[in-house]
Design a protein around this ligand. Structure first.
Ligand SMILES: [Zn+2]
Length: 334
């Protein structure tokens, strides 16, 4: 049963059937959001192809052992991003070298959509007419960047997001998170298991979320109260913290929850329902939505201005001043 919660389960089932029915295709296109489990499943599929046991992947046979050790001679990966044309040419050459120990040779291209036009053209013939032993797997988060001729030649395997319930069960089982926290992770990850794992495996990140929400709870008519929010969001130096995106998400989700609560909708931060409720009592719904806009605009301006003179702490302080004015009004005490 636990197996049900392994990433990309639906895709895995389809691929397992290909193996069992002996209908493994020569060209696959794995498509789906980042973090959804495409690469994990692709590797597992490759291992099943190399496995000589009936129960695949057994993890014990020669093929499995070589694969797990990362030294299977018939497994070729292209991890580059962006993909350089030289690498594509190398792979084309490699494609025509017969497998050494297995009946098949598996090629995995991890960022297929990062092949430019030239690279895709160089690769096209290999994909259209591969040697009989080759299995080529293209992994992509945006299949629409692939040439139509490539798309039409591959079997498309779509990785769909998990339901909230599935993710919730997954984080409960694997990380023993309690109800409300598991619920938050499930809602926050939007069905993308990689995102859920990322949060669960970083112990500090959930604590950071607590600090941000607790600082927001103390936000008041005193403008200076924005400073503890700034600090909680890591605006203590000029460098952007590695988890900055997450901090923005937490900040935004808090105000989105307020707007949702006022409109009678569902909230994400269910474990902070009380805090959100009392904050919501003192803020207009339009202001909450205004704050969400200010935060999203700041986030996109920041990423569009990597070389801008302004540094992270100033971006945050500026954003918080705007938000504070949106909530408490410009004419208020300062
Ligand atoms: Zn095996």
């Amino acid at each position: 049963m636990a197996e049900f919660f392994i990433p990309g389960q639906r895709a895995r089932e389809a691929l397992r059937r290909d193996i069992q029915m002996n209908t493994v295709r020569q060209g696959y296109i794995f498509e789906g959001n980042d973090g959804i489990g495409k690469k994990t499943v692709a590797r597992e599929f490759a291992q099943m192809i190399f496995c000589s046991d009936k129960d695949k992947p057994c993890g014990k046979c020669h093929g499995c052992s070589m694969f797990k050790a990362g030294s299977h001679p018939d497994f070729f990966t292209l991890e580059q991003s962006p993909v350089k044309i030289e690498a594509v040419r190398d792979m084309n050459a490699e494609l025509f070298v017969k497998p050494l120990i297995s009946e098949r040779k598996v090629f995995l291209i991890e960022h297929a959509d990062e092949m430019n036009q030239e690279s895709q053209n160089a690769f096209l013939k290999s994909f259209e007419e591969p040697p009989y032993y080759a299995v080529i797997i293209l992994v992509t988060s945006s299949a629409n960047k692939l040439l139509p001729t490539i798309l039409s030649r591959g079997t498309r395997v779509s990785f769909t997001p998990f339901s909230q319930k599935e993710i919730e069960k997954f984080v409960c089982d694997k990380y023993s998170l309690t109800g409300a926290r598991a619920n938050f992770v499930a809602r926050y990850s939007a069905g993308i298991v990689g995102r859920a794992i990322e949060i669960c495996e970083d112990e500090e990140i959930l604590e950071k979320r607590d600090s941000i929400i607790n600082a927001l709870a103390k936000l008041s008519h005193e403008k200076i109260s924005i400073l503890s929010v700034a600090e909680a969001m890591g605006a203590t130096g000029r460098d952007t913290p590695t988890d900055a995106d997450f901090y923005f998400d937490v900040f935004t989700s808090f105000f989105r929850d307020i707007a949702a609560m006022k409109a009678g909708g569902n909230i994400i931060n269910t474990d902070y329902k009380d805090v959100i409720e009392s904050f919501a009592a003192n803020i207009r719904g339009s202001s909450a939505r205004g704050v969400v806009d200010i935060a999203s605009n700041t986030k996109s301006s920041m990423s569009a201005n990597i070389k801008a003179k302004m540094k992270y702490d100033l971006w945050i302080i500026n954003m918080l001043i705007k938000c504070w004015e949106e909530i408490y009004g410009t004419g208020n005490r300062s």
